[in-house]
Design a protein around this ligand. Structure first.
Ligand SMILES: Cc1cc2nc3c(=O)[nH]c(=O)nc-3n(C[C@H](O)[C@H](O)[C@H](O)COP(=O)(O)OP(=O)(O)OC[C@H]3O[C@@H](n4cnc5c(N)ncnc54)[C@H](O)[C@@H]3O)c2cc1C
Length: 394
């Protein structure tokens, strides 16, 4: 049987960053990932980093490329009534966000781990957790060569996303799950085209929401609100560009730059929270414990905030025999999680049109948008949530 201090399941942002946080404290880890390195490094997902996420990566010496290539934004645009209404994040909060693709962070974290001689077990199949309520849990899996493996650890970190095995290893009687499914989805595309605007644009439009975002000066990331049962085959590139141009149109002649579509996908919209994030020596982090609709750009940042708390809690537990931070882990994380859940719900329901359009709801949404952009108090509330709350948020 192999031996480590912390077995980490999942090499997404949560698992990889936790491995670095623990390594910085001299704690030994093994990272198990179901997919190949190639796959996880090219999975296009989030792209907005809160200032605290950037600060953490910088503090660990993991932000060199992010600092060179990341796009720092001091504002965002709400677009409605065919006009732009800018939220000046920097003026309202003194903080900014950085646009840098999640897959770029994943690439940087993998490269940095391998560079120190640490490994990642890619293509680990049939991962199973055992004896979680003892102080010597074990993990079994089949490795990329078909070999049966068994690992004993002092703790297990479940960083394996929403569909992983770790949350499912907790008895149902020990879990309370809050689940909310939205009646719409996002069709996301990555276009080989320079962004059409220097910042993110969140439009409200009678035909539904769209989002103009970017990943680099050469790559635009765009989304369309669609029905959850929409078929990708029904969306030709021409139809996607037409619909985006319609929903993003303004009276002052906004032009959408077009280019080849490198990637297309449909993502359902869901809010989900698991209440407990700890079972014995298993600790959940990131999407394994909670997900948000992407409208508030919170998913990856919440994953980072969880492991920022989990790292020191594990060090205290394993090195100082102090279990208090581990015992407080769920409660401390969930305070931030619920705030982000509410903000993501607020942004989503303010900007998306329901399938059975209700003119009353339309007017409520437009009223909220006008209030948010005309009241400094309302704009500041949106801005402080968007740039991200401090790590020590109670
Ligand atoms: C399709 C999609 C699109 C998204 N788009 C956006 C967006 O545009 N903007 C935004 O802000 N947020 C977006 N998000 C949310 C954001 O990407 C997530 O919140 C973020 O990835 C959470 O990081 P994580 O490390 O917790 O989980 P993940 O990134 O999901 O990482 C989990 C890892 O565990 C691995 N794994 C799963 N099961 C097992 C297993 N049994 N054994 C071993 N490994 C396993 C997975 O392969 C994966 O590498 C998106 C999420 C998804 C799913």
């Amino acid at each position: 049987m192999e031996r480590t201090e912390v077995a980490i399941v999942g090499a997404g942002p949560a698992g990889l960053l936790l491995a670095h946080l623990l390594q910085a404290e001299g704690v030994d880890t093994v990272v198990l990932e179901a997919r190949s390195r190639e796959y996880v490094e090219h999975r296009v997902r989030a792209g907005v980093c809160e200032h605290t996420t950037v600060a953490l990566l910088r503090g660990l010496g993991l932000a060199d490329r992010l600092d060179r290539e990341g796009l720092v934004h001091g504002g965002l645009t709400l677009r409605f009534d065919r006009a732009d209404h800018r939220i000046d994040l920097a003026a309202l909060t003194g903080k900014s966000i950085t646009v840098y693709g999640q897959q770029e962070i994943v690439k940087d974290l993998i490269a940095a781990r391998l560079a120190t001689g640490q490994d990642i077990e890619f293509e680990a199949a049939d991962v199973r957790l055992h004896e979680l309520t003892t102080d010597a849990p074990t993990v079994t899996w089949t490795d990329a060569h078909g070999g049966a493996r068994e690992l004993r650890a002092d703790a297990v970190a479940g960083c394996d996303g929403f569909h992983g095995v770790c949350r499912a290893a907790i008895p149902a009687s020990a879990l309370t799950c809050y689940d909310h499914v939205y009646p719409y989805a996002w069709l996301g595309v990555l276009a080989q085209a320079p962004p059409s605007h220097e910042e993110l644009i969140y439009p409200w439009h009678p035909r539904g929401f769209a989002l103009h975002s970017m990943r680099s000066p050469e790559l635009t990331r765009l989304y369309l609100q669609v029905n959850p049962d929409e078929r990708l085959d029904d969306w030709s590139d021409a139809r996607i560009w037409d619909e985006l141009a319609t929903r993003l149109a303004t009276d002052d002649g906004f032009t959408l730059r077009q280019g080849p579509l490198l990637e297309k996908g449909i993502t359902p919209m869901r809010s989900f929270v698991t209440e407990t994030m700890r079972h014995g020596r298993l600790f959940l982090a990131g999407d394994a414990a909670h997900i948000v609709p992407p409208t508030g750009a919170k998913g990856m940042n919440l994953a980072v905030a969880d492991v920022r708390r989990l790292g020191p809690a594990l060090v205290a537990l394993l090195r100082k025999n102090d279990s208090r931070p581990a015992e407080a882990y769920t409660e401390r994380c969930l305070s931030r999680v619920w705030r982000a859940e509410h903000f993501s719900y607020f942004m989503t329901t303010m900007l998306h049109r329901f399938p059975d359009a209700d003119p009353f709801v339309d007017q409520l949404q437009l009223s909220q948008l006008r209030y948010t952009t005309r009241s400094t108090a309302a704009a500041t509330s949106l801005a402080e949530n968007y740039v991200g709350l401090p790590f020590d948020w109670p």
